[in-house]
Design a protein around this ligand. Structure first.
Ligand code: NAP
Length: 272
């Protein structure tokens, strides 16, 4: 991807204050590029913004909760031309020790990982369908960060798996209609990436990858116009294969692994 080139002119990323979102922001940061970055933690967001400015990018930050649909629509609608939008913000938590997820955790995960993605993608799509197309006929590109967890319903993380499955299925199914309007949708399905989200995990993470490497693969897949990007491919294939097994067998196999604990702090959506 060409830093400063047509494709990178204006990029908007949610969850840019940490992990994969921060790595994506740094990779998009170059002279001539504009970055719109959001997250909830103003201090961490500012650190990422400063690092991007040091690389020559013009950076505008917004402290926003992706669950706030009106605020998200206002932010995205006021951003001006958008060449790339990444709906990245997300949370993960599970059911360690076989204890059911609380209602609050279930709702927080769906609200952030599913509603938060829709609160980003739908206004971005609206902006992009009104933009002039670039030389390649593309008006804009939107990526949603799902997960390989979308492919296998693991009892240790019901809401996480289900929210990511919904994001992946919706993005892939909506992509052809978006493409007819000149907007490219991509579902991103990473395996394990080293970020604060996975730092809490106390179980084996096969294929664990650094966030910068993940960001490179994500951006390469988006630029190639792929509808779904899965990496590492073999972990995606394993998850797809395991999903063909009886659910009771998957549950028994999963029970042999330590689970991910409940979310330490679910936060409350703005206005609640
Ligand atoms: N790490 C992995 O192995 C992995 C694998 C597959 C998919 N993913 C997905 O990749 C995305 C990024 O995860 P990560 O690993 O980079 O995690 P991370 O380091 O914990 O970063 C999560 C980001 O999401 C933001 N966020 C969370 N809730 C938010 C909310 N309600 N409103 C606005 N921003 C919110 C956080 O912002 P604040 O901290 O400022 O609140 C933070 O910037 C997530 O969607 C995750 O599910 C991760």
């Amino acid at each position: 991807m060409r830093p400063g080139g047509r494709f990178v002119t204006a990029t908007l990323i949610t969850g840019a204050s940490s992990g994969i979102g921060a790595a994506l922001a740094l990779r998009r940061a170059a002279a001539g590029a504009t970055l719109h970055l959001s997250g909830r933690d103003a201090a961490r967001l500012d650190v990422v913004a400063e690092a991007c400015r040091a690389r020559g990018a013009a950076v505008r930050v917004a402290v926003l909760d992706v669950r706030d649909a009106a605020a998200m629509a206002a932010w995205i609608g006021a951003a001006g031309r958008l060449d790339l939008v990444v709906a990245n913000a997300g949370i993960s938590a599970g059911t360690a020790d076989g204890v059911a997820e609380s209602a609050a955790q279930t709702r927080a995960i769906f609200a952030t990982n599913l509603d938060g993605v829709l609160n980003t993608v739908l206004p971005a799509w609206e902006v992009m369908r009104g933009q002039a197309p670039a030389a390649d006929g593309v008006r804009g590109r939107i990526a949603s960060i799902a997960s390989i967890a979308a492919f296998l319903a693991v009892p240790g993380a019901p809401s996480y798996c289900a929210s990511k499955a919904a994001v992946d299925a919706w993005t892939v199914a909506a992509a052809p209609a978006a493409a007819r309007e000149g907007v490219r949708l991509t579902s991103i399905c990473p395996g394990y990436i080293r970020t604060p989200m996975t730092d809490r995990n106390r179980f084996p993470m096969p294929g664990l990858m650094e966030a910068d490497r993940a960001a490179a693969l994500i951006l390469r897949g988006i630029q190639a116009g792929r509808v779904r990007v899965v990496f590492p491919w073999w972990l995606g294939a394993l998850a797809r294969g395991a999903a063909l097994l009886p659910a009771s067998l998957v549950a028994r196999l999963a029970a042999t692994q330590p689970g991910k604990g409940a979310a330490p702090d679910l936060g409350e959506p703005a206005g609640e």
